[in-house]
Design a protein around this ligand. Sequence first.
Ligand code: PMP
Length: 378
Amino acid sequence: MAHPWIADRALAFDSSGIRKVFELAAKMRDPINLSIGQPDFDVPEQARAAAMSAVQSRKNAYSITQGIAPLRERLQKQVEGELGHADRQLFITSGTSGGLVLTMMTLVNPGDEVLIFDPYFVAYEPLIKMVGGVPVVVDTAPDLRIDVDKVRKMLTPRTKVILLNSPTNPTGKVATEAEVEGLARLAAERNIALVSDEIYRLFCYDAPFVSPARFNPHTIVIDGFSKSHGMTGWRVGWIHGPSAVIEQMLKMQQFTFVCAPQPLQWGALTALDTDMSPQIAAYRGKRDLIYDGLREHYQVAKPGGAFYIFPRIPSGPAAPWRNAAEFVEQAIERELLIIPGHIFSRHADHFRISYAADERTLTRGIAVLQELAKVAGG
Ligand code: PMP
């Protein structure tokens, strides 16, 4: 029985299964940690210095809700250069998560349906339920393709939002230009809000990133510095979209998050001067290392982006596990931390590896995974 004070919305979902793995990790001496959804590189040095200097020069008060002007203007210019929409407004949020919360609060009435693609980012369902929305799950198994005709058939008069995330957490899949364009045009045709979570935009290894906002000027784009600049703890992101929607979101931010931390906004501004392409190139190398280490032992799609890979659990005749949760238990016994796929999916036969780790960790992880595939036999 829940405590009598607790509101229904808090009981509508469980706490993240990922956190449970983090807690286990804290107890191990030298775990092979491939569970963490954040880069293993740090904030660029100049950006750290700029944040410290902002603190020292007493830029410690609230910023305006929109965010400090130099950062907002710089990002606005970047977005205008890429998209060139006449009616596109941008502001700074408290991380991408903050942007997602504001989006849900602003767009979703109780009972409204929000389409998400399975496998999905772990926070999407709780965020939808928090505002009384109904998550509608579009299965992309087995090939992870977005089938626009299938999406069309799942639309109802209550469909309010389609939430896209590409490159995708947890699969690393990058939607093709045709998929993105098809979805963007469908949303426009049916007057449904298309929300694009582009936090992994920089992490595209095989083809340039394509935003649905290119094809649908009403797209709401959520982005942030957490992954691109290794600053998950700084809580700085941004959001842009049609001004009528953005104005309402700003109002929501004013009374909730208020603003992103001011000194860290100054740091983020400086971070934009750093070329992150060496880090991205290194991550392409990590992608190749993990994929090449697993491809002969696991059923696994080659990820084109982000820093995740989502193999199927081995199902040979001697496999002592029945699902991903049991497989992950076996991995954890060998000090390898990975995340069972049921946390991101209605299916329970895959697991997520984050390869945002150093080469030694990756090599050790691959060795354990190869050993587990042998245990399964077949
Ligand atoms: N969206 C996706 C798809 C993510 O993977 C994450 C972080 N794991 C977020 C949003 C949240 O990022 P932030 O740190 O900017 O809140």
